[in-house]
Design a protein around this ligand. Sequence first.
Ligand SMILES: C[S@@+](CC[C@H](N)C(=O)[O-])C[C@H]1O[C@@H](n2cnc3c(N)ncnc32)[C@H](O)[C@@H]1O
Length: 207
Amino acid sequence: MSNEEVYAAGLLNRALDPATQPPEIQAFLQAELDLLHDVITERMRVIDVGCGTGRHLLLLRDRLRLGVGVDYEHSYIAEANRRAGGRHLHFVTADATAMPVLAAFDFAMCLTNTWGTMSDKGGVLREMRRVAPRPDTRLLSVYSEASVPSRREWYRRLGHAVLEETREYLGTEGGFRSEHFSEARLRSLVGECIIHPIADIAYVVTF
Ligand SMILES: C[S@@+](CC[C@H](N)C(=O)[O-])C[C@H]1O[C@@H](n2cnc3c(N)ncnc32)[C@H](O)[C@@H]1O
């Protein structure tokens, strides 16, 4: 199976159940929420690339002027729109490399190693730069190499035992592929950027 098929089978909903998450993963997810509370300020227009069921924009909704989430898995987008109930949050089914969006945003984010599950990483960065044109308003959060033991355990609990481990990715028996990054690899892929560690197992990349 491809990642697209794995997501279509509903992996995200099970993965977001805290009962499936090792403590290191829980700490990382919480640290991302804390970070967003700091960086997303009142009246911002924010786009979430690979938004899943929309949890980050839904959390921030009261402070946003506009929130748009994009994900290629239509059932996740339907769920996000159902939760949002209209107003200034909009969720759209599309590939992150070709987002049907003309507006300019104050901030573009791609969280929870979503970028590390995407095949055309350069294409996604290009789209993030197009929709959030100002430097340092684009944010990725991705796993570091230190995440491997806790992800192995998390994926095992999700029925995706790891069959393949390389310096760049884990591949599971269910066909899921999730990458991790060194600072050097991030710089070679993203170019000019600022990298901060977050929660011991991940990096936040601003570009
Ligand atoms: C790790 S999940 C995270 C979802 C969400 N950001 C969250 O934290 O709850 C990755 C998401 O990216 C979506 N995705 C992966 N590749 C994509 C692509 N090329 N275009 C759009 N969405 C994609 C998947 O459907 C999935 O919802």
